[in-house]
Design a protein around this ligand. Structure first.
Ligand code: AMP
Length: 401
């Protein structure tokens, strides 16, 4: 495996630097930023570049605008928040490669920061357009990618742009480096016992990750909607619970393979069931063998949370991806919240992946206790699946094997 070029490996002192960040932050209806974790995570690289006396051009996407500029996708509130947390002015460009941005880049001085408007206001961004990439590359002598959340996408500011920089002038930022280090350590040399706790809605979304992880873990704990396809595969009646019928055979194959490999696989033994997918429906606590017809399991039950607690008790490494139930509704959030507490309280190295799972940890008040919370859901899953990310590949050292 080739090593990643770090921002510390290249000479950036006094140079102009383009940093691709992931400022795709959630906002409320009034365009207030509701969670600035992604902005805070970008600070180490930005501060390092400031200390090196660089001129800094920051770029990011926000949401999925379809047709150019839309107020609700503007990065203006991000410039404000960034300026607040850095205690320094952040100049904002009203376009990406338009007159305003070009003028402001030209006038940028060392120690100053410019944030471009949302990259996706340019149609070429998601098409990996070379002309856009070239225009962006003309803004700076050095390219730094710190946008882990989009590294699984071949987009102009992530992939195409790297072609305009040689090995001495492109690198990964500290956040990207950290994300990759954690994922690679997990895959290659986890401290044992290594327990993967997976949940969320579907087996299909995590099948590849489960397949790649199975030979590497000691235990696999399965909760959430995806558990029901496994329970069905074992012959249980799951009522109206979430089921991917076409994946029953795959689920059975995973259980069988787990047995062959000596991996202990844990499934829910009881569930919180309801007749409708609604916060005010009546609920029942039933064993996994007794889900009544017409009812569906929407959270793991109290016996399961105790079982899962025991299963992770001796873990040295825990990878957690996916909520244990429909955590968005209070009634069905207890299983996920409790699992979050147990994982946070453990003495293991705890790596949390996926936006929903990070939300659960935050709601449970456990986010500070986790060893590492990944900032990118899709990208972190693809790393665990063993894939090379298009945004990371061009940043690997060529002479390092
Ligand atoms: P994913 O994006 O696959 O990680 O799935 C996250 C979603 O799974 C969340 O929105 C949860 O509400 C949902 N989920 C978790 N458990 C269940 C369940 N038992 N039934 C239906 N949906 C679930």
């Amino acid at each position: 495996m080739k090593d990643i070029i770090s921002v510390k490996d290249i000479d950036i002192a006094g140079k102009s630097v383009f940093i691709r960040c992931d400022f795709n932050v959630p906002m409320d209806d009034f365009l207030n930023i509701t969670d600035d974790r992604r902005i805070i995570s970008a600070l180490p690289t930005i501060k390092y570049c400031l200390d090196q006396g660089c001129k800094i051009v920051l770029a990011s996407h926000l949401g999925r605008p379809k047709n150019g500029f839309e107020e609700k996708y503007s990065l203006k509130p991000v410039a404000k928040r960034l300026s607040f947390v850095l205690h320094q002015d952040v100049i904002f460009a009203n376009d990406v490669i338009g007159i305003d941005a070009k003028e402001k880049v030209k006038n940028l001085k060392q120690g100053e920061i410019l944030l471009l408007e949302n990259l996706r206001f340019e149609k070429g961004e998601t098409k990996n357009d070379e002309a856009l990439a070239k225009a962006l590359s003309e803004y700076a002598e050095v390219y730094v990618n710190d946008a882990f959340g989009v590294c699984h996408r071949a987009h102009s500011s992530v992939e195409a742009i790297t072609k305009f920089y040689d090995e001495d002038s492109k690198s990964a930022g500290f956040l990207l480096q950290k994300e990759i280090d954690f994922a690679e350590k997990l895959i290659k040399k986890p401290a044992r016992p290594f327990v993967a706790v997976v949940g969320g809605s579907k087996v299909s979304g995590k099948l590849q990750a489960l397949t790649n992880l199975l030979p590497r873990v000691d235990k696999l704990v399965i909760g959430g909607g995806m558990a029901f396809t496994f329970l069905k595969a074992l012959g249980e009646n799951i009522g109206n619970s979430l089921l991917e019928e076409d994946l029953i055979d795959e689920a059975l194959a995973i259980l069988k393979k787990g047995k062959e490999l000596g991996v202990k696989i844990y499934l829910p033994v009881d569930v919180v069931a309801a007749q409708t997918f609604s916060p005010d429906s009546a609920v029942k606590f039933v064993t996994a063998q007794e889900i009544p017809a017409g009812w569906m399991g929407l959270d793991i039950g109290p016996a399961t949370t105790r079982l899962f607690k025991l299963a992770i008790a001796d873990a040295q490494t825990i990878w957690w991806n996916g909520p244990m139930g429909v955590f968005e509704m209070d009634k069905f959030s207890k299983g996920s919240i409790k699992m979050s507490h147990y994982i946070a309280e453990s003495h293991a190295t705890t790596v949390v992946g996926g936006g929903d799972t990070a939300d659960v940890a935050k709601r449970a008040g456990d986010d500070e206790e986790m060893t590492f919370i990944s900032t990118g859901g899709g990208a972190s899953l693809e790393l665990i699946e063993g894939k090379e990310l298009p945004g990371v590949k061009p940043l690997r050292k060529k002479d390092y094997e």
